[in-house]
Design a protein around this ligand. Structure first.
Ligand code: GTP
Ligand code: MG
Length: 194
């Protein structure tokens, strides 16, 4: 089923999920963010052990702005990155997670993001970048992360960046609300063209 059909069903009250792929280097915090997006009740982050590194892919679900998301996290370790493109091509939206407290890996993170966007070809789906670990005192400001990733050069893709913390939950609501809004707007404008 295509995005437009899914959104029609969802806007019309049908309970359908929009698929989002969650990418980013290993240790950036993808599993932790998805855990933090789980609806309550959930165990407070401080009481849970950190998630194990993701091997291959993991499925998850969350809801934001009235939209139900079916999320696929693809492991960020080097050997899993070959899987990113395939999952990106099948997704309705991309969440790209960056460890804002690890400036040395931003160059690698930028080139991996550029590769995956290029692999999408003409397919343009919304991109939400989460500058994660903003709770850490050494974390870069999200605008510095945007600059390091050269986001201003990303063309034809609606994108948004915000500071986030899987540890405290900060920034998550803002980020996913943007994504939900963006998907609704895209749907509404396309509908208006027909
Ligand atoms: N301080 C802090 N630590 C975090 C945050 N998010 C994740 N971490 C820690 O970062 C480490 C990696 O988190 P994961 O969620 O496993 O990272 P991942 O991106 O899923 O990694 P892979 O599955 O290997 O690709 C863990 O020790 C987490 O506890 C955050 O917002 N703040
Ligand atoms: Mg993981």
């Amino acid at each position: 089923m295509g995005l437009l059909e899914k959104l029609s069903l969802w806007l019309g009250g049908g309970a359908r999920e929009v698929s989002v792929v969650v990418l980013g280097l290993d240790n950036s915090g993808k599993s932790s963010l998805l855990r933090a997006l789980h609806p309550p009740p959930r165990t407070p982050a401080a009481e849970e052990p950190p998630p194990p590194p993701t091997v291959g892919t993991r499925q998850d679900h969350f809801t934001a702005g009235g939209v139900s998301f079916s999320a696929v996290e693809v492991g960020g370790g080097r050997r899993h990155r070959a899987l990113w493109e395939r999952h990106y091509r099948a997704a309705d939206a991309l969440i790209y997670v960056v460890d804002a407290a690890d400036p040395l890996r931003l160059v690698v993170s930028r080139s991996e993001l550029q590769l995956v966007l290029a692999a999408g070809g003409a397919r343009r789906v919304p991109l939400l970048v989460l500058a994660n670990k903003s709770d850490r005192p050494d974390a870069l400001h999200h605008l510095q992360v945007a600059q390091a990733l050269s986001l201003e050069q990303v063309q034809g893709v609606p994108w948004h960046i915000c500071a986030a913390s899987a540890a405290s939950g900060a920034g998550l609501a803002e980020g996913v609300a943007w994504l939900a809004r963006e998907l609704r707007t895209t749907h509404a404008s396309r509908k208006g063209q027909h």
